[in-house]
Design a protein around this ligand. Structure first.
Ligand code: MTE
Length: 321
């Protein structure tokens, strides 16, 4: 297969904005916009901030195989959950006005040097672009199987350089009710937050996706960068990330804060744990009427079980809550 890969370039020291001159997101985006027009003096921003993440399609890593057909592209990109734009599955058109390039991402908390940089700079600094076929299982009992493009989340450690006491990675989505009208619904604890242990974040399956179906992510699927953790229920796979915070405190996620008795921190897929709203023993394949049995860890037991064996759980429930 012809691999059209964008030339990888190193993240120059100057490309990251240290926390002491940290600007808020709007200020950063304004500066990046000016840089792209050649108006600002910051050459580091000008060099990378205005170009979209490109280079698709990436070479597929055949280590990740499916037991089912790839979901129809139109189904996977028009039936989406993105509560920032509304609670229906049909919100994809409403995401069109979200500007994803440039896209400021802050890395902070327990790291050697806090920084704010563009999403494109971040993923190039992380490196390891490839395509992977993964199953995805939503707690609402629908499932899909899609080709994601992106980089291993473990490579974030190379850029962020977490301090030895950091135990968790907290991730946050943008907050901008003017762009995302769902965020005007004040009963939700915006912004959307998710978290992993650092060990989970370094697991081989944890992936930072920039694309789907061999193209850049459409906005509704979480452009320009979103998490993919296929052994967990879909709500863990946070979209349109703007902040990675390294911490020694377990983050409280968006859904956990809303209903911790329904949406656990661990949220490992488990057909044996009943959910008050949706059946968990089987799942509907998106775009079909077919139901298939749900698998423990969504079929990724071999890759992830070691993460939880030391937890000495008394019941599988603890791997969910
Ligand atoms: N991330 C954000 N920021 N907002 C959301 O509403 N929904 C989650 C997850 N990530 C969500 C999110 C849920 S419930 C699921 S099932 C997946 O995204 C859906 O991903 P998809 O729409 O790309 O299939």
């Amino acid at each position: 297969m012809l691999i059209k890969r964008r030339r990888a370039w190193e993240l120059p020291e100057s490309a990251a904005t240290p926390e002491d001159i940290y600007m808020n997101r709007r200020q950063w985006l304004k500066a990046a916009g000016l840089a792209g027009l050649g108006l600002a003096g910051n050459s580091a921003l000008a060099s990378g901030a205005m170009a979209a993440i490109g280079g698709y399609p990436f070479e597929r890593n055949d280590a990740y195989r499916l037991d089912r057909a790839i979901t129809d592209e139109e189904e996977a990109t028009t039936y989406t959950n993105f509560y920032e734009f509304g609670s229906s599955k049909n919100i994809w058109k409403k995401t069109r006005d979200m500007v994803t390039d440039p896209w400021a991402v802050t890395i902070d908390g327990m790291v050697e040097t806090p920084m704010t940089l563009d999403a494109e700079q971040l993923v190039h600094a992380m490196g390891g672009f490839e395509e992977r076929l993964y199953r995805h299982r939503c707690v609402e009992a629908w499932a899909m199987a899609v080709p994601w493009s992106g980089v291993p989340l473990a490579n974030l450690m190379k850029v962020a350089k977490p301090l030895s006491g950091a135990k968790y990675l907290r991730m946050e989505t943008f907050l901008d009710p003017d762009v995302a009208p769902g965020q005007k619904q004040v009963w939700y604890p915006w912004p959307y937050v998710e978290g992993l242990t650092l060990k989970e974040a370094q697991n081989e399956l944890a992936f930072l996706a920039t694309g789907i179906y061999g193209k850049a992510l459409p906005n509704q699927n979480g452009a320009p960068i979103r998490l993919v953790v296929p052994w967990k229920y879909g709500f863990k796979s946070i979209k349109s990330i703007t902040r990675f915070t390294f911490t020694d405190e377990r983050p409280v996620s968006f859904w956990e804060e809303l209903a911790g008795n329904e949406y656990g921190f661990w949220a490992n897929v488990n057909p044996g744990i009943p959910h008050p709203r949706w059946p968990q023993k089987s799942e509907r394949l998106l775009g079909t009427d077919e139901r298939v049995p749900t698998m423990m860890f969504n079929g990724y037991r071999d890759q992830v079980e070691y993460l939880y064996s030391a937890m000495q759980v008394s019941s599988p429930r603890e791997l969910y809550y």
